[in-house]
Ligand binder design. Structure first.
Ligand SMILES: [Zn+2]
Length: 311
């Protein structure tokens, strides 16, 4: 008799397990959505001078994670630029007050970093709900304090986010100079119905050059002829096959054999090869999403949490 009871119990257990599995799967299917988010860390000026136009031209928005001590300093956003980004629909995230490794701080120091950066931004009339950890570093104590002030917080991890997630450990991928790799992350997020968060910092471009005459001046405007592209010179460098320059890509697309002229210095050089152009890469990533996955939404962090039903 005992044997029959035991058999019946096992049958009951198996059928109830199946029931749970099916239910969970259907909940997951309804909640899981393929989403993409672009976050620009640190509050570099290129969020406004470069990224803003890229996203605007595709009727999309991104997020700016602000270290408040750097606001209104050289090469960083001004408070008014930040206000315009938010007006455009960008989400403003906190990225602490002084960009420390939060793991190395005491509880009260973490409190100060997380609360003051939020209140400084709110005093500027901005809405701030979510956090990005500097250096993507966190721990249990930091996460607990983040929970007092923010709806979520992002770290690195090079992983996609499923709907069941720890919202104080949102995972993200750094944008690298490898477009096909970035597109493969987008493919995976779409097919697995997961949330893909990309992060980046300052947007720049690097060119291999030759025939340089004169010296470019940091911050001066550059003109590219005949392509008509424009940019702002940042510095010179060396690549394994010769000299290179770094610059902020502004208008147009620089082409091989363009002559580059510095507006202030009058220095010139020839463009031999585009080593990378992050403006074009980000633009191409958005185009890739729109072309291949029209139903994959590009969202802010806050919108992503809303769509996944995370309170
Ligand atoms: Zn940072």
């Amino acid at each position: 008799m005992d044997r029959y009871i035991c058999f019946a119990l096992i049958l009951l257990l198996i059928s109830s397990c199946r029931g749970v599995t099916t239910k969970e799967t259907s909940v997951m299917d309804s909640k899981s959505k393929p989403l993409v988010t672009f976050v620009f860390d640190d509050g570099n000026e290129t969020d406004y001078t470069v990224a803003r136009d890229i996203f605007k031209s595709h009727a999309e928005v991104a997020c700016a994670a602000i270290t408040t001590n750097w606001l209104d300093t050289k090469n960083y956003l001004s408070a008014s630029q930040l206000g315009e980004l938010q007006k455009d629909g960008w989400e403003i995230l906190s990225h602490t007050e002084s960009h420390p490794n939060l793991r190395a701080l005491s509880g009260s120091q973490v409190e100060t970093e997380l609360s003051r950066s939020k209140s400084t931004l709110e005093d500027l009339g901005l809405t701030v709900k979510n956090l990005v950890y500097p250096y993507n570093k966190t721990n249990r104590m930091v996460k607990e304090i983040a929970g007092k002030y923010y709806r979520s917080a992002r770290e690195g991890g090079s992983m996609l986010n499923l709907y069941i997630l720890d919202r104080y450990e949102l995972k993200s991928y750094s944008i690298k100079h490898n477009l096909s790799k970035m597109e493969s992350y987008i493919d995976n997020a779409y097919s697995e119905k997961k949330w893909l968060i990309f992060y980046h910092h300052q947007i720049d471009a690097k060119l291999k050059i030759s025939d340089k005459k004169g010296n470019f001046i940091s911050g001066e405007n550059l003109f590219f002829q005949p392509s008509g592209a424009t940019g702002r010179y940042t510095e010179s460098g060396i690549v394994f096959i010769g000299p290179a320059i770094y610059f902020t890509p502004l208008g147009g697309i620089p082409q091989t054999n363009d002559t580059i002229t510095g507006r202030t210095s009058g220095a010139t050089c020839r463009l031999d090869r585009v080593i990378y152009n992050e403006k074009e890469d980000i633009n191409d990533m958005i185009e890739y999403i729109h072309k291949n996955y029209p139903d994959m939404r590009i969202v802010t962090i806050d919108k992503g949490l809303d769509l996944l039903g995370i309170q």
